[in-house]
Design a protein around this ligand. Structure first.
Ligand code: AMP
Length: 631
């Protein structure tokens, strides 16, 4: 462990020295004059004065040496289309997209909202923004109109880029009606919507603001758009994530620190080398997609595989066949996807030649021991669990095989990553916990490069949400419970707040509650996350109706349940849909009116809710019990 320990210690004791050396991994148009500015805690500025560009580092820099190497391989098992782009071709496409965006008024510092399925144009759009110095905000295609509208109002984009449709599991999902509805709901009026027409959905280009991409791409076919050299601490993107309120937070990221952190992570954590092929089966709408589908592999000179589809169509062997066909060296997915694959015929995995694969990375949710043991055994390659958050942009806890290949321990993603001054602290006193003691996973100031710089447009929210003073120092809370053992391995024990994790997708229970409350029949609602064998957790809703009689008959009940679920689909998107809606006469609350969510979750999971001295009316628990027993 010495090598890892020394490496980690150096990164904490002398961060400026440590990161100065790492910064040589990227191109700086103008060198920085200060590595670390920690003069205004909890804010941090990395590589102050340096000017660089993420698109230059992802593309231009590689043209001379690997122009003819594939940069992007896009596979859609939904449309059956495969498209490949060398670095030179991707560079051309990104320049075209940048020229089109520029012609539509996109300039440095302006926001572009990207609402696209997993198609190459999504990568073009992200990199085109980076090239122009515009700030992208990618919204996951599974989100529906109200979620989209909230993000439009917060980011105030100059342009929205969308497509006619996405596709999942053989079902076409029309995007333009959702964008139409979102724009009608939003107060901010976005002047233009750039449309990528995949010809999947019928013509719905009714709205006057829609601009077709294809003719403009032709017009700017030979365009070259110079990179805007941004100061390292300017913003590269805003990515919304759920918290405990119904209002998502815009996680804001810098340019230089992010590029350096990702480049370093490719060596120390992912062991990805230029020329390798990496398949990250996530979505560009999530942070894993931003970092490990788009930026990190390209910055490091790899070929990245973009995949539209599910892991089980046309059959459960598709991902393993992709490994064989594209000689994939590194694969990155979520435990939920593995639990789905585990149910497939083992022959499908055995049939594929997986010799190119060096390691499988997993993140986004806790990795349960049976799944970990299964995949380790079935694959016979290193399986590297890694723990992080949208806020940090890259792993916080992992076995850093590029530093030292420490033995993995089941139930733990590993040890703190260099740069992160991780401590498990008592939730009340803020004191450090001893080995084996449960506490909150916290990070010391300053956070390493690549982490969020603030909440978009709301410094106060950044400070108030994440930071508190513990033992006289500013401390960042991850909102996760954890335990660290004698060897420094950390286990993650779930969230301290009301955020739930459904198939690696993060939701605030408040968001789902707000969606349900928008239905006229609903008086009160509580949403909790309960354990699920495949998705990790699923949301379960408990609703008190304005008119209790409305759900008296079983038929009425199921109609109302369907109507409420449809409301969630429309408001938030089907990804946030509760597994069930239970109708109850009252909800357990404290005497001051706070919902006792943990007690509700415990009952729903068949556990004892424990002592509840502050409960207003214990009868509420009995009501829940009988409803749950009744199915
Ligand atoms: P997100 O910001 O959507 O990536 O969600 C981050 C949250 O997912 C973390 O705060 C954890 O609760 C959970 N999480 C992510 N990765 C892991 C992991 N490897 N093990 C356990 N929990 C994880």
């Amino acid at each position: 462990m010495t090598r890892y320990r020394d490496f980690h210690r150096r990164s904490i004791d002398a961060p400026a020295e440590f990161w100065r050396a790492e910064a040589t991994r990227i191109h700086w148009e103008t060198p920085f004059h200060t590595v670390l500015d920690a003069s205004r805690p909890p804010f941090t500025r990395w590589f102050v004065g340096g000017r660089t560009n993420l698109c230059h580092n992802a593309l231009d820099r590689h043209l001379a040496t690997r122009g003819q190497q594939d940069a992007l391989v896009s596979v859609s098992t939904e449309t059956g289309i495969e498209r490949r782009f060398t670095y030179a071709e991707l560079y051309d496409e990104v320049n075209r997209m940048a020229a089109v965006m520029r012609s539509l008024g996109v300039a440095r510092g302006e926001r572009v909202l990207i609402y696209l399925p997993m198609i190459p144009e999504a990568v073009f759009a992200v990199l085109a923004c980076a090239r122009l110095g515009a700030i992208h905000s990618v919204v996951f295609g599974g989100f529906a109109a109200a979620s989209l509208a909230a993000r439009i109002d917060d980011a105030k984009p100059a342009l929205i880029v969308t497509a006619d449709a996405g596709a999942r599991g053989g079902k076409v999902i029309d995007y333009t009606p959702l964008v139409d509805e979102a724009l009608a709901r939003a107060e901010h009026k976005t002047a233009r919507v750039l449309l990528i027409d995949r010809q999947l959905a019928p013509e719905r280009l009714s709205a006057s603001y829609l601009v077709a991409y294809e003719p403009l791409r032709e017009q700017y076919f030979n365009a070259h758009v110079p990179c805007e050299w941004l100061e390292s601490n300017e913003s590269s993107y805003v990515l919304y994530t759920s918290g405990t309120t119904g209002r998502p937070k815009g996680v804001q990221r810098d340019v230089g620190g992010y590029a350096v952190a990702l480049a370093a992570s490719m060596e120390y954590i992912f062991e990805g080398r230029a020329g390798d092929t990496m398949f990250t089966a996530s979505d560009i709408g999530w942070v894993v997609g931003h970092s490990y589908i788009i930026y990190a592999p390209l910055i490091a000179g790899l070929t990245t595989v973009l995949y539209e589809g599910t892991p089980v169509r046309p059959d459960g062997g598709i991902w393993w066949r992709l490994v064989e066909q594209h000689k994939i060296n590194l694969m990155f997915t979520s435990p939920t996807a593995l639990r789905v694959l585990k149910k497939q015929d083992p022959a499908l995995m055995k049939a594929a030649d997986l010799s190119s694969l060096r390691a499988l990375f997993l993140a986004g949710e806790p990795l349960d021991e049976p799944t970990a043991a299964w995949i380790q055994d079935a694959l016979g390659k290193p399986v590297v669990d890694n723990y992080w958050q949208t806020e940090t942009g890259w792993p916080i806890i992992a076995i850093q095989r590029g530093v030292e290949a420490l033995p993995p321990k089941l139930g733990s993603p590993g040890v703190p990553v260099y740069g992160y001054n991780l401590a498990i602290r008592d939730a009340g006193s803020g004191e450090r916990c001893g080995p084996g003691e449960k506490g909150v996973v916290t990070l010391g100031y300053p956070l390493p490069p690549g982490c969020m710089t603030t909440v978009w447009g709301d410094d106060k929210r950044f400070v108030d949400t994440y930071w508190s003073e513990m033992a006289g120092e500013p401390v960042y809370s991850t909102f996760d419970w954890g335990i660290q053992d004698d060897d420094g391995y950390v286990s993650i024990l779930g969230r301290t707040d009301d955020v739930i994790n459904v198939a690696s997708h993060r939701f605030g229970t408040r968001e789902i509650e707000e969606a349900l409350s928008s239905h006229a029949a609903v008086a009160e609602v509580a949403v909790v996350g309960v354990a699920d064998a495949v998705k990790g957790q699923v949301p379960l809703a408990f609703v008190v109706l304005r008119d209790a009689q409305a759900a008296a008959a079983p038929d009425d009940r199921s109609k109302l349940e369907a109507a409420l679920l449809a409301t969630v689909d429309r408001y938030l998107g089907a990804v946030g849909r509760p597994a069930r809606v239970h109708f109850v006469a009252m909800l357990p609350k404290t005497r001051s009116g706070k919902l006792l969510r943990r007690a509700i979750a415990a009952l729903a999971e068949g556990r004892d809710p424990g002592d509840l001295p502050t409960i207003e009316d214990p009868a509420a628990l009995q009501i829940l019990r009988s409803v749950l027993e009744g199915g």
